[in-house]
Design a protein around this ligand. Structure first.
Ligand SMILES: O=C(O)CCC(=O)C(=O)O
Ligand SMILES: [Fe+2]
Length: 341
């Protein structure tokens, strides 16, 4: 990624990621059949983010994907843009206009693209070959991530019926992104603006570094904490769709990425989504006569609303748009939440 003028000042409270207090996260064991449901309920209700151990992703699969991503991103910008489908730089998603230019580049692998046949128009040279390997390894990684997301979702035991369990988390609709946040010695950039994910669950594999780049906003204190990578574990966070499904019992987590001064940092992110036409009607405690705190909406409707809001205002409004009886001032104050997937 070519260096650019500082266009995106880091918020004052995040100026030095390393100086932020570290967030202590619970570590859940995916193999721990008894007690997983309770542990998930506690972690999701409390922070909405946790570490996952014994997740079954072989270390060499992650290493391979990190290394292929790194090699591909070392290519000159013009080559990456011309030859590598899904490559983006400067924002988390090509399709979304965000308020600030994020200090990040990477690959976006849309649902189904991960296991699609290779693109016949793809470059048939060294880069094309390496990209083919990246796609193959990504397909393997994504299918394992989909299984983890399914296992977690089912273990959550949210009181859903079989059809809701199937449509609220669609194994074939997961999205994958591999990111590189270049070192930013002079400061002045944010790697990814503060946002909540639109997903049901997001599963993050952080490069194992001494310093932390990922930050989570603590509720209700409103203070940022850093999330240190821990070797062999993944970080799972709740997204907006889980918040809607549970009627606010589990809330999506606001987070951001601040680039490191001396070293670049990579991450592999998997986002589990509902089926596009799945109507989220919630299972919140106030379900029943009054209904959930959100009006029923399909994931497609949510996704299109997010994109329309970002296009119109540069910001994601998100769930506030779907909350029953949200007043105009509540909606106005929600406009200001930053863009995210
Ligand atoms: O790279 C990371 O650590 C987080 C990325 C992220 O929050 C996202 O893609 O939504
Ligand atoms: Fe995110």
């Amino acid at each position: 990624m070519e260096q650019r003028r500082a266009e995106s000042p880091i918020p004052a409270d995040g100026a030095a990621a390393s100086k932020l207090e570290e967030l202590e996260l619970p570590t859940l064991d995916l193999e721990e059949e008894s007690g997983l449901t309770e542990a998930l309920a506690a972690a999701c209700r409390d922070l909405g983010v946790f570490r996952l151990a014994n997740h079954g992703i072989p270390a060499d699969l992650s290493d391979r994907l990190f290394s292929l991503t790194r090699h591909l991103l070392e290519e000159p910008d013009a080559e990456k843009k011309a030859k590598l489908p899904g490559y983006f730089s400067g924002t988390p998603a090509l399709s979304l206009r965000v308020k600030e230019l994020n200090w990040v580049e990477g690959f976006h692998v849309a649902p189904a693209a991960a296991d699609a046949d290779p693109d016949p128009t793809a470059a048939d040279d060294d880069i094309g070959g390496e990209f083919g390997s990246f796609r193959e390894v990504t397909a393997e990684y994504v299918s394992r991530m989909a299984r983890i997301a399914r296992k977690l979702f089912d273990a959550m035991d949210l009181g859903l019926d079989a059809s809701q369990r199937a449509s609220y988390l669609a194994e074939h609709d997961g999205t994958f992104r591999a990111y590189r946040y270049p070192a930013c010695p002079a400061g002045g950039h944010i790697g990814m603006e503060a946002h909540t994910d639109s997903s049901v669950l997001s599963i993050l594999n952080q490069q194992d570094l001494q310093e932390s780049s990922l930050q989570v906003l603590l509720r209700p204190q409103g203070t940022w904490r850093s999330v240190q990578p821990v070797e062999g574990t993944l970080v799972v966070n709740i997204g907006d769709m889980m918040q809607a499904i549970t009627g606010d019992a589990y809330r999506s987590v606001e987070h951001r990425v601040v680039p490191l001064p001396d070293t670049d940092r990579m991450s592999l992110c998997y986002f589990a989504f509902p089926q596009d036409d799945a109507v989220i009607s919630g299972c919140g405690e106030d379900d029943g006569e009054k209904g959930s705190c959100y009006r029923p909406f399909s994931y497609r409707e949510f996704r299109e609303q997010v994109q329309a809001d970002i296009k119109a205002t540069g910001a994601k409004v998100g769930l506030a748009r779907f909350r029953r009886g949200a007043s105009a001032p509540e909606l106005a104050s929600a406009i200001g939440t930053e863009a995210g997937l």
